[in-house]
Design a protein around this ligand. Structure first.
Ligand code: PMT
Length: 694
């Protein structure tokens, strides 16, 4: 993630400067190029020699090289870098950065920086809590910088409290998280407008508004993080470009913004129009400063182009247009009017009646409205709001693609018709978005992947469900879930679906972070979640084919067996042979063992010759089922410890009791004898067969 990234590391005069050495080492280890810039005071705490040796580049500290007289260009550094980190950042440097006191190379570099800036403060607890520091940090945040909050712990003063610079490992994590590019929007081109527009009255005055650009910049950053190719048309704002992958076009007036947007839109998949565009401009712009007179003055205004409506008129099939509505009254009604009038796909409503929403502040409270309904969100940071908005956009883009390519989409994954449910009620209080995203990602993975080269018509797909319960979840993406997986096949000539396979997997441990792509590579099982899913999918497909033709599923059952054998090396729960015979390993190892071949053969006999025949020949069908249960008994006798024979009777118990509800006492006696021997723990269920007098 950091490979090839160019990082300027600013080091200031704090006792925590020693941590800069580790930070440089970690960055270099990640493959980043590091240019260290030190304040003069920092050199009292760590030598430039240490940092230049670790970074492999001379450390910069002075404006000029005293030997050669050459100038160290902070402007060039600002253009060179993909990110700047100031760590440690002292109270003094925070103040200079916030106030623009450019009296050293570090602060001038910061002020010339075009890339995102991360600031990791370090100081004594009282200094950290002082109102001036709090205000400076808030100011730096409002400029779009990323503050990596100080941690609590023992400080250089031997006092204990908040003020310790965050550990270098965690700073690297923050940076990686920032550069983590999801693939969800990869290949999508997205146009974003942000900030205000200024409409000139004369060379010194303009008509403008309070927009800071924060909302639009956050959306641009979120789209870029999810892999989109972003064009950001920005009005006059003082924000750095929030992601190195963004193409930024700076404009001033509504007409300039309109020209840039109209030019970019045709090649885009979507546009998000968050700019606060001035609706009117002075009809005449004075070429020299208008002089004050004692008279009042009138400015004639003329209408600016409506950028959203202009793009809405040219929007083609598959393109998606998103607007914002900034309202003060009748908010929802007005937003809906704009949705229709501007031909938008959805509109993001923010109201100035809500405290902390709208212009300039770092938070917003929005309602996303489309023609189907609305989703209201609580007050959140603009970065979080951007995630919600982009999640809507992303879902819409997927839907539009599906609508445009119905045949192509359905020609792909065709084997399973799976529902996926992820129940996270046990871990309430966590970020819920990750659970929704994982559920969607799993559904997409199972249903869209091409698991076989066979052709399955829509009505031939295997109905199945994957029900996860999250038992534990940590913010680093560690999950421990249980999974109930089951697959059914309709019984010919009836509305009844018979279970092909059902199993409750007690524990699946895996890692998943939002936007992770779920992938499965057969010979490289590095993802426990997709390995488990692939195991069950191949088992289900194999058993389904066994039920269609005797031993028909060998190819896919062997794949499941291979996964189990390879996954044992992963050491994750559920795979390993030996410890317990109720696990993934036992299921497939038993099922594919020669001694259990009768069980594989019974799949066909039971389902096709048995159940499918019953609707026209109940006695004949039941007879086939009795024969198939005899095969089960044979397999049991040959391998009494096998788990699968028991499992089969467990998930088939209700069906079997039902099949034998109407039959002779002799038949009942014979079948109960077989079943009680195989699975005596279900004796009360088998008794129902005997007692059932229908
Ligand atoms: O920049 P911030 O300080 O973070 O503040 C964010 C914001 C409040 C500016 C933002 O959240 C927001 O609401 N932007 C839209 C503001 C606005 O102009 O709303 P509107 O209701 O007047 O316009 C409706 C839509 O039409 C908007 O998508 C707007 O971009 C677009 N429009 C409006 C006028 C015009 N001439 N051309 C347009 O494209």
């Amino acid at each position: 993630m950091l490979k090839g990234k160019k990082i300027v590391l600013g080091v200031t005069g704090s006792i925590a400067a020693y941590k800069a050495a580790l930070l440089v080492r970690l960055l270099v280890k990640e493959g980043a190029e590091v240019q260290v810039v030190m304040t003069p005071a920092a050199k009292e705490f760590i030598t430039p020699l240490t940092l230049s040796t670790l970074s492999g580049r001379p450390v910069l500290s002075e404006f000029f090289n005293s030997d050669s007289g050459s100038w160290h260009s902070h402007v060039e550094l600002g253009l060179w870098a993909d990110a700047m980190i100031v760590a440690p950042a002292t109270a003094s440097t925070l103040g200079k950065m916030a106030a623009g006191v450019a009296d050293n190379l570090l602060v001038t570099t910061y002020m010339s920086m075009k890339a995102p800036v991360f600031v990791a403060p370090a100081m004594d607890l009282d200094m950290y809590a002082h109102p001036s520091t709090v205000k400076n940090i808030a100011t730096l945040k409002s400029y779009g910088n990323h503050i990596i909050e100080a941690a609590a712990g023992e400080l250089a003063s031997h006092l204990s409290g908040k003020g310790r610079m965050e550990e270098p490992e965690n700073i690297i994590k923050v940076l990686k998280g920032f550069f983590l590019t999801g693939s969800e929007l990869s290949g999508k081109r997205i146009l974003i407008t942000a900030g205000p527009t200024y409409e000139k009255i004369d060379p010194v005055r303009f008509i403008g508004n309070y927009s800071s650009g924060k909302m639009g910049f956050a959306i641009a950053a979120e789209c870029a993080r999810r892999g989109a190719d972003v064009t950001l048309v920005a009005g006059p704002v003082s924000l750095p470009t929030p992601h190195p992958a963004i193409r930024r076009i700076d404009v001033e007036s509504a007409r300039e913004m309109c020209d840039a947007a109209v030019e970019a839109f045709p090649s885009c998949d979507a546009a998000v129009l968050s700019a606060a565009v001035a609706d009117y401009r002075p009809a005449v712009q004075a070429s020299s400063k208008i002089k004050r007179t004692s008279e009042g003055m009138t400015i004639d205004l003329e209408a600016n182009p409506d950028i959203a409506a202009t793009l809405g008129k040219t929007k083609r099939e598959g393109q998606c247009l998103v607007g914002f509505a900034l309202e003060t009254n009748n908010a929802e009604e007005n937003a809906r009017l704009k949705l229709d009038k501007k031909n938008l796909d959805f509109i993001v409503l923010n109201s100035l009646e809500d405290k902390g929403a709208g212009f300039s502040c770092d938070t917003n409270k929005v309602t996303v409205i489309d023609r189907e309904g609305k989703s209201e969100y609580p007050l959140k940071s603009k970065a979080e709001v951007a995630k919600d908005v982009v999640a809507h956009l992303s879902r819409l883009l997927v839907m539009l693609v599906m609508l445009l390519l119905p045949s192509a989409a359905s020609a792909e994954g065709e084997e399973l018709n799976a529902t996926v449910n992820l129940n996270a009620s046990k871990v309430q209080g966590s970020n819920t978005e990750v659970f929704t995203m994982l559920q969607d990602a799993l559904s997409e993975f199972i249903n869209s992947r091409k698991w076989t080269s066979n052709t399955y018509e829509e009505n031939e797909r295997i109905m199945c469900s994957f029900n996860f319960v999250v038992n534990s979840y940590a913010n680093d993406g560690s999950f421990d879930c249980s999974l109930m997986v089951q697959a059914t096949r309709p019984v010919f000539g009836s509305s009844y679906n018979s279970l092909l396979f059902k199993y409750e997997d007690a524990s699946i441990k895996f890692k998943y972070q939002p936007y992770d792509r779920l992938e499965f590579v057969e010979d490289n099982l590095d993802n426990n979640l997709t390995a488990v899913i692939a195991f069950y999918v191949y088992t289900i497909i194999g058993m389904d084919l066994d039920s269609m033709g005797e031993l028909g599923g060998s190819e896919f059952l062997n794949k499941a067996l291979t996964i189990v054998n390879n996954a044992q090396n992963l050491g994750d729960a559920g795979w390993r042979a030996g410890s317990n015979n109720n696990n993934r390993y036992s299921i497939i190892d038993d099922y594919m063992n020669g001694a259990l071949e009768p069980v594989r053969k019974l799949m066909y006999k039971y389902h096709r010759l048995g159940l499918d025949t019953m609707f026209k020949d109940a006695d004949g069908g039941r007879k086939a089922i009795t024969e198939s249960l005899s095969l089960l008994k044979k397999a049991y006798e040959d391998r009494p410890m096998a788990y699968f024979t028991k499992l089969f009777t467990e998930y088939k118990v209700d069906e079997i009791v039902n099949v034998y509800s109407k039959c002779t006492a002799d038949e009942k006696r014979d079948v109960v004898k077989i079943l009680s021997e195989i699975n005596p723990s279900l004796s009360s269920e088998w008794d129902k067969i005997t007692k059932n007098n229908n």
